[in-house]
Design a protein around this ligand. Structure first.
Ligand code: ADP
Ligand code: MG
Length: 420
């Protein structure tokens, strides 16, 4: 898609916005954009540069995203509300057209990468709690203070905060920025790889130097993106990102929202939605962090589609959908008969959350009960019955502390340690 209307091809050392930002390396990409680590020569710090594809409708989507990000930044002058901060935006003319660019504060790896890096093993519950607090802080802010629905909450769209201060003080941290185009950069991919390798080596040295003591790598990525965290101090901060699908609650524009596995039942049934769709996705995300598995991973099968399987999985975990809810959506007739039973999937095996957590995931009974007690109300089929983010923040589970915390952390981290 590096053609007209598509992505803008970026090379290390490329300059943006009249030379203010210099591309360092690629951080990630999505459907609409590529995201680069860039050095901000005005503030001498690293930033994330999100470069949108150039076609008209991508630009429109970016303008909308900028509007929402700007509103979020305006209402959070202290930058404490767990939402990624927009620093700047501008247009960049390239061979494929005009690209809207967003300059965002530079964050670490996504929770998805963290889960992958842990090889889909369960994460220690105290860390899950810290992460949940951040996500809820972000959602409470978006929902209650701004009137905004994120609409695509999932581990991939929650990024850890970098704890090394490389972003703020690159020179002192030993992660020196690239200020000029490296020689031979024009020669394409081979040279790029070489430069990346060099950067990675440099980053590894820097990490070792910063530590002086043992550090664990919470993130995967190399170079200044490396998220490191010392074993002492267990706060895991993160932020909500990707406002590409977000909307104002009083001005929704899409019926089908959310990524499949994190999609709320009322979205599948098309019975109207509001803030509480984010709460549903939040519960799915919290479960995934605590177990390493997706809460719902629907598949189509013999004679039924993904949607119907999804509804069946929900009912196996949470019990029968109340008839009024089941038959109340524009799509209800596709899946339910008039009694409120699924049309094509008949035999359901009920396996409630607390028992799933003990039987399959081997959580001690008390911990399973407490965690289920936190999650189950958020997974109410009736959207109005779900607690708000503000109410969830009051839940006792968030302030519990598991015993053997220290031992557990040591054990979990031991395979990630770099000895300084
Ligand atoms: P899209 O809307 O195209 O999905 P995202 O905003 O989700 O774009 O960004 C795509 C990827 O880029 C993310 O999954 C992440 O890996 C990386 N990324 C985005 N924003 C940042 C940031 N502020 N700091 C570091 N990496 C980021
Ligand atoms: Mg994304």
């Amino acid at each position: 898609s590096y053609r007209k209307g598509g992505y803008h091809a970026v090379r290390i050392g490329d300059q943006f916005s009249g030379g203010r930002y210099i591309a360092q390396r690629k951080l990630g990409w999505g459907q609409f954009s590529t995201v680069w680590l860039a050095y901000d020569t005005h503030t001498s710090s690293y930033v994330a540069l999100k470069i949108q594809k150039s076609a008209q409708h991508f630009s429109q989507a970016a303008l909308h995203e900028i509007e929402l990000l700007q509103a979020a930044a305006d209402g959070d002058t202290e930058n404490t509300k767990c939402v990624v901060r927009l620093i700047d935006d501008f247009k960049h003319a390239g061979p494929n057209g005009q690209h809207l660019c967003m300059v965002l504060e530079f964050l670490g790896d996504s929770l998805l990468r963290l889960i992958k890096y842990n090889r889909y093993k369960a994460m220690e519950l105290n860390k899950v709690r810290e992460i949940c607090k951040c996500i809820l802080t972000g959602l409470d802010y978006l929902h209650r203070e701004l009137g905004m629905i994120h609409s695509d909450l999932k581990p991939e769209n929650i990024l850890l905060c970098s704890t090394i201060d490389a972003a703020k003080d690159p020179i002192r941290s030993g992660l020196r920025p690239i200020l000029e185009k490296p020689e031979g950069n024009q020669n394409g991919a081979a040279t790029m790889n070489l430069i990346e390798k060099k950067l990675k080596r440099r980053a590894r040295r820097a990490v070792a130097k910063i530590s002086g003591r043992r550090v664990s790598i919470v993130g995967l990525s190399e170079t200044p993106t490396k998220t490191v965290r010392s074993l002492d101090g267990i706060d895991v901060k993160c932020k909500v990102v990707d406002f590409g699908n977000a909307c104002w609650a009083d001005n929704k524009f899409a019926e089908e929202i959310q990524t499949r596995q994190y999609r709320a039942p009322e979205v599948i049934l098309q019975s109207g939605y509001s803030f509480s769709v984010d709460m549903w996705s939040f519960a799915c995300t919290a479960f995934e962090l605590a177990t390493g598995d997706m809460l719902f991973a629907p598949k189509d099968g013999n004679g039924y589609g993904e949607d119907e399987d999804h509804l069946a999985l929900m009912m196996e975990l949470l019990g029968k959908i109340p008839r009024k809810i089941a038959i109340g959506g524009a799509r209800s007739k596709d899946y339910f008969d008039r009694h409120g039973d699924l049309k094509r999937i008949r035999r359901l095996k009920y396996w409630p959350l607390d028992r799933l957590l003990t039987d399959k995931y081997k959580l001690p009974e008390a911990e399973a009960r407490e965690f289920a007690d936190f999650l189950c109300p958020i997974l109410a089929f009736e959207p109005e019955k779900r607690p708000t983010a503000q109410q969830c923040l009051q839940h006792p589970w968030l302030n519990l502390r598991a015993q053997n915390n220290e031992d557990h952390v040591e054990g979990q981290m031991s395979n990630l340690q770099i000895k300084g």
